[in-house]
Design a protein around this ligand. Sequence first.
Ligand SMILES: Cc1cc2nc3c(=O)[nH]c(=O)nc-3n(C[C@H](O)[C@H](O)[C@H](O)COP(=O)(O)O)c2cc1C
Length: 293
Amino acid sequence: MDCDSNKITRDYFDSLLLEMRHIDSVMPDTKVTLFGQEFSTPVATAALSHLNNTAPDGMANMALGAKMAGALCFSGMGGKDEIKAMCDTGAKVIKIIKPHKDNAAVISKIREAEEAGAFALGMDIDHAFSSTGDYDVVTGLPMRPKSSDELRSFIESTKLPFIIKGVLSVKDALKCLEIGVSGIIVSHHHGIMPSAVPPLMVLPEIRKVIGDKMPIFVDCCIENGMDAFKALALGADMVCVGRAIMDPLRENGAQGVCDKITAITGELRSTMARTGASKLNDIDGSVIHKRDF
Ligand SMILES: Cc1cc2nc3c(=O)[nH]c(=O)nc-3n(C[C@H](O)[C@H](O)[C@H](O)COP(=O)(O)O)c2cc1C
């Protein structure tokens, strides 16, 4: 039995089929508003990191590419100069901070991102443990799980919206509601745990308990506009694309990222048009049929 969470997630995406609804349909609009800011597309760049090792000015160019496409940009771990360079492109950047063992290090990262001009903040709570039964250590930095009280203290330490990344259960989603987070990213962090449930499989239940109280982002294995559509249809407000923008970034810098997001958005628009959705809020989960053959 193959327990690779990325493969399982890919297979799940591909098991979802769409009916078509053409009568009365129009060319759709993909605009979306998040925390008072309008974006041209619900397709964001995922919280990637270390891209300067693989592409010149990789992190800043990811941000610039997102801005050129009218998209939101997430950022993963990285230093003060890096987040500043990303924000200086004019992109709206959400900085995802690691669950450092030392809470003072978390607060210091919050201050750095605020000073750089970040649009919002967050934490990838799923990086607390390693696969060998220890606590995680990321680039030499020790990590720890965070309690509801610790997360609440981070949220209360900033005026910026604070998002939790790595929610993959109704239980955690409910805790996020209780502690007052501003949004969640339903994700298994490109397979941080084997046999992780595909994000789209738990998304409808999570949306049911969250209602419209906060935005829901989804990532993991989103490669094209059809994947994006399926995530939006099952309850996401926005989707994040990680590995699929890395080759375009390496090959063509910011323009490569912009072109990839624009292409995914075009495929999304096409799928919306063919399923009778004229705007994102019109996307209707009932067009989805689960393959059973
Ligand atoms: C090179 C690379 C670096 C990443 N760095 C971070 C990080 O620092 N923080 C984080 O929360 N997620 C990080 N991620 C995970 C992504 O944000 C995302 O959850 C994951 O890649 C799934 O999306 P994808 O299938 O579209 O790549 C990283 C992923 C990649 C590929």
